[in-house]
Write a protein that binds this ligand. Structure first.
Ligand SMILES: NC(=O)c1ccc[n+]([C@@H]2O[C@H](COP(=O)([O-])OP(=O)(O)OC[C@H]3O[C@@H](n4cnc5c(N)ncnc54)[C@H](O)[C@@H]3O)[C@@H](O)[C@H]2O)c1
Ligand SMILES: [Zn+2]
Length: 360
């Protein structure tokens, strides 16, 4: 018998910077022009292509960068293996090689899909995130989760693959509608609830300024949210433990979103999820009513009403079973114990969830 050992023990440094500011697109162009990438593939969706993609491409070309734009139909329905395959074929057809870089220019759908493409194309090529929705800025562009949906569920196929750098240009939020802004704002409030009371209060006191895109406040809010998400990801990149806390509001939120057949937005569903999960914590005597009031009041201030009319509560409970965190007839929840602190892996009986939902 023979034995050969392949020694691959290595220390990798996947650290990267998140740059936040106004009018950064030209800085991205400079960064790319100064790098040694052979070719640049900008991956975007049809909406962002019209708004910023074409301009971005011509800015790169002006700097003599070899760049090409690839787009797919905007919307979650495009986050599939089929669209990934089309993008891969397009890159191959255009002879993109291992010295190429992918730029994900768009919201979370673009980031997840383009990141996944980059992670497997020619066994992995670098990618840069240029998030253009508030949700992508504070949430999906950080942490390296990439992936696509399948008919059996969302985000089931994917990789952990970190970007080389993230450029957040708040200027692009000018074209984003209020519903999309809310999707981001809810995740920001969630960040406050899970680990930073001061930030929670900052969000509460500055909501209108954020909607009005007041530059200084907006940049500060995004920066602090990114800091919270990154420190969670640093502690647990692959979601074995503490990263689960980012799922606060999402066990019920996803279940509501699905029960509404995706008519309710992610932000509104997660907002309701935060309320219901806070009430579950209150029912289990894990949070003082004074603290839970603060959370519920802020969700209300965001304009999210607890309204499950037209939604079958039983379906919502059933949908939580398909949540990755489900075991037997109990589902594991992330629950708040005070503003700024949560606990993970709390098993909650179906009956309690059902009762809280009915009373909500
Ligand atoms: N990877 C992660 O860690 C992570 C975390 C959270 C969410 N996600 C994923 O993110 C996705 C949701 O992201 P999203 O909310 O950004 O959705 P999205 O990418 O579909 O963008 C929402 C809409 O806004 C448009 N848009 C984007 N930027 C715009 C701009 N500046 N102005 C005007 N319109 C603009 C898009 O074309 C789209 O129609 C989901 O697929 C979700 O699973 C991933
Ligand atoms: Zn979310």
């Amino acid at each position: 018998m023979g034995k050969v050992k392949v020694n691959l023990l290595k220390k990798v440094d996947n650290s990267y910077e998140i740059i936040i500011g106004k009018g950064l697109l030209s800085q991205v162009v400079k960064y790319i022009a100064d790098s040694n990438y052979g070719r640049v593939a900008i991956i975007t969706d049809t909406n962002v292509k019209k708004l910023y993609g074409k301009k971005f491409l011509s800015m790169l070309k002006d700097k003599k960068v070899l760049a090409e734009l690839f787009s797919f139909n905007a919307g979650e329905a495009s986050k599939t293996r089929e669209v990934k395959e089309k993008l891969e074929d397009a890159l191959t057809r255009s002879r993109f090689k291992r010295d190429s870089v992918v730029i994900a220019l768009g919201g979370g759908v673009v980031g997840d899909l383009a990141g996944f493409v980059a992670s497997t194309y020619m066994r992995g090529i670098p990618f840069i995130q240029v998030p253009t929705t508030l949700l992508a800025m504070v949430d999906s562009s950080i942490g390296g989760k990439t992936g696509v949906d399948t008919r059996y569920g969302k985000n089931l196929i994917g990789t952990f693959y970190q970007p080389k750098i993230v450029f957040i240009d708040v200027e692009v939020l000018k074209s984003l509608d209020r519903k999309e802004m809310l999707n981001g704002v809810v995740e920001m409030v969630k960040h406050g609830i899970i680990s930073d009371k001061k930030y929670f209060l900052f969000m509460r006191d500055n909501i209108d300024r954020i909607y009005n895109l007041e530059e200084k406040i907006l940049i500060e809010a995004i920066k602090r949210s990114c800091q919270i998400k990154k420190s969670v990801v640093e502690r647990d990149e692959k979601e074995s433990n503490v990263r689960k806390m980012l799922n606060l509001g999402h066990t019920i939120g996803h279940a509501i979103e699905k029960a509404s057949e995706y008519k309710l937005s992610h932000g509104i569903s997660v907002g309701m999820g935060l309320v219901v999960e806070t009430k579950i914590a209150e029912r289990l005597k894990m949070i003082h009513p004074v603290e839970s009031r603060k959370i519920i009041d802020l969700i209300k201030k965001l304009g999210i009403k607890m309204n499950l009319s037209g939604i079958n509560v039983r379906d919502v409970v059933k949908n939580t079973f398909y949540d990755k965190k489900h075991t037997a007839r109990k589902t594991n929840y992330v629950l708040p114990v005070e503003v700024g602190k949560v606990v993970i892996d709390v098993p909650v009986k179906e009956k309690i969830v059902f009762e809280v939902l009915q009373a909500a």
